[in-house]
Design a protein around this ligand. Structure first.
Ligand SMILES: *Cc1c(COP(=O)(O)O)cnc(C)c1O
Length: 420
């Protein structure tokens, strides 16, 4: 459930008309609903409370805005970070260090050092060589790194290839049959204390069966490790639960369905569980609002050209996925249009031959479910400045990331002396 709905014929975020925000900040802009973020956080935390006292760490990469992280920290969520930048964001948002876990397949020495200096809860290690490097970095600093080994359980998550992470051929994690040897090595290395195992098999999952298969393998592995005498305090079950993008499709499993499965599979494990939801928390809490610049008829089809483009929201271009697109002030009737951005790429397309209420030039549209993997994946291709992010709370709104100016965008370039 989200708080983007028609009121008086016009789409609002909570009590604020999107057109009022557009009048203030211009278009395009991302708009998040605080009530929706809090609601999603509570539903997820409440559902997972049935499986003991888990640590639920928001996957910061889904939406790293510091104001968003502040809201989620207030709700009691930790943070799953994959770079020093994300860690700095989480800390500055007020996420306690002992609720931060550092994931990622290629942590640099500098990132390891920063994580150890900040004394975060845990680093999820993804290879033998990374573990040995972390041991050197931690030893040099005279500290102990608390480590979970990320397992590649070799299950097919049944999602898009580009966001599937738990198959043997993917770059993530340590193959299941090498984890016990690595855990033993971790227990013997200076500067390392193994505290658990982790897995994350993919994103936008609509089927609980692959998650259940992965968790079953993790449970058996945790038991083998304990029988061998190693400490296993925590098992990190990752994120990945899907959300509805296309209202015409069946709904994904609910957080309650997911929690019930987890409860069944992990009964008797007797250790702390950890979760890393991203999309599930932030996805439906945000929209991207854009203006129709031009309507044009090609030889084969009609195009609606928006002022937002693939650089602002790359998911349709990158994955070929669906975003619901709605007129902010819908008129009666229907038109079919291919909805594109102005970037010089044919792939700069939000929707092909989409049926939508009639659009006119100057109209506002909302690209729905853009709160996760939206602004965070934006770039400046075609020298298009990063667009602002706005947070709505009841009848208030605030810019939580300002629009990049052309001066800021171009001002990073330097012309070397020899060019005169
Ligand atoms: C991306 C990611 C997540 C979050 O995935 P969602 O599908 O957004 O829930 C969790 N854990 C890790 C390690 C990730 O890389």
């Amino acid at each position: 459930m989200d708080h983007f709905a028609l009121k008086g014929g016009e789409m609002h975020a909570e009590e604020v008309a999107l057109s009022a925000i557009a009048a203030r900040v211009g278009t395009p802009f991302y708009c998040y609903s605080e009530a929706t973020l809090r609601r999603h956080a509570r539903v997820v935390l409440d559902s997972l409370a049935s499986v003991g006292d888990p640590l639920v760490a928001f996957a910061v990469k889904a939406n790293p805005n510091v104001a968003v992280l502040r809201i989620l920290a207030q709700e009691g969520m930790g943070a799953d970070v994959v770079s020093e930048g994300e860690m700095v964001r989480a800390l500055s948002a007020g996420v306690p260090a002992n609720r931060i876990v550092f994931s990622g397949v290629g942590k640099t020495d500098a990132e390891m050092k920063a994580a150890l200096e900040a004394a975060i809860l845990q680093l999820n290690v993804e290879s033998e060589s990374e573990l040995r490097r972390l041991s050197r970095v931690a030893s040099d600093m005279g500290v102990t790194a608390h480590v979970a080994i990320r397992v590649n359980p070799d299950v097919d998550a049944g999602t898009l290839a580009k966001i599937s992470t738990g198959k043997a051929e993917n770059k993530f994690g340590v193959p299941l049959d090498r984890v016990e040897a690595l855990y033993a090595e971790a227990a013997s290395l200076p500067g390392i204390r193994p505290v658990g195992i982790a897995a994350h098999i993919g994103s936008q999952l609509f089927d609980l069966a692959p998650l259940e298969a992965a968790y079953t393998k993790l449970g058996a592995l945790a038991q083998r490790l304990r029988q061998a005498g190693y400490p296993v305090e925590r098992v990190d079950l990752g994120g990945g639960l899907g959300i509805p993008y296309d209202p015409k499709l069946p709904l994904p499993p609910s957080p309650a369905d997911y929690a019930a499965m987890v409860g069944r599979v992990t009964a008797g494990w007797g250790l702390q569980l950890m979760f890393e939801p991203g999309r599930l928390i932030a996805g439906n809490a945000g929209v991207l609002v854009a203006k129709v610049i031009t309507l044009k008829s090609g030889a084969a089809r009609r195009f609606a050209v928006l002022d937002a483009a693939m650089n602002d929201l790359i998911r349709p271009t990158l994955y070929g996925v669906y975003h619901d697109i709605r007129a902010v002030r819908p008129e009666a009737g229907e038109m079919v249009a291919t909805i594109v951005g102005p970037v010089c790429e044919t792939g700069d397309m939000f929707a092909e031959d989409r049926s939508i209420t009639p659009l006119a030039e100057g109209d506002l549209v909302a690209l729905m479910t853009a709160g996760a993997y939206g602004a965070t994946m934006a770039g400046t291709y075609n020298s298009r400045p990063l667009v602002p992010e706005v947070l709505v709370s009841g009848d208030r709104f605030a810019v939580i990331r300002k629009r990049q100016t052309l001066e800021e965008l171009v001002g990073l370039d330097r012309v070397p002396d020899w060019l005169g």
